[in-house]
Design a binder for this molecule. Sequence first.
Ligand SMILES: Cc1cc2nc3c(=O)[nH]c(=O)nc-3n(C[C@H](O)[C@H](O)[C@H](O)COP(=O)(O)O)c2cc1C
Length: 216
Amino acid sequence: MHVLIINGSPRVKAYSNTDKILEKFTAGMSENGVTFEQYEVADAKQWEKMREAYYNNSRIIIALPLYVECIPGRLMEFLETLEPKNDGTGMAFILQSGFAEGIQLRCGEAYLEILARKLGCEYLGTLVKGDNFSIRFFEGEQRERVTGPYTEMGREYAKNGDFKSEACKRFTGPEVFPAHIRFLVGLLQKTFAKKMFKKIARNFGCTKALDYRPYS
Ligand SMILES: Cc1cc2nc3c(=O)[nH]c(=O)nc-3n(C[C@H](O)[C@H](O)[C@H](O)COP(=O)(O)O)c2cc1C
């Protein structure tokens, strides 16, 4: 099996968490003889080749970060240049995000299923996973702890050709944090995080309160 992989992040490769995730994912996938070619939406010079690859490949994975609860505008811009295939191509997605609860990615996941159909492809599932904020700030073992598990998902994709297995569903982790964790996170937001955001705003020269609503 040969797979076209598109990194849908608008961030350049060196700073993209999606890229670090794909590094591990493709390592697992390649172990089982699957070959791949990868392109970056962030690099407009690759768009022509990427379009060609979209039409020439029957297995496609689009890996993307959740940006403001939705898919990045840059990726959307590229996808709008494509014609529907209607030739039995299988399309799967890796949807990853900063916040950890699975529930906040479900709306994006539902959209991706529609997107695959609109592109005339068979929907082969979405690997859904949050808690990836820290990847680009971490190195070595700390980064490995976050990205390493994607290697197993690469093996899983190589085995099944999709993201529909129970192992892929379990990979998301908790749909919603337990009540005591939500309470602690809320407390942290109202105290430490609020103070930190105020400081950042002050450094940007902001003189108004963070909840200032001049137009309301
Ligand atoms: C503009 C912007 C919007 C984001 N919106 C969300 C969001 O709605 N939910 C979330 O969990 N993470 C959000 N994130 C975090 C990214 O999904 C996360 O850091 C991801 O790993 C970035 O991948 P990338 O570096 O490949 O772009 C956002 C990040 C940015 C820069």
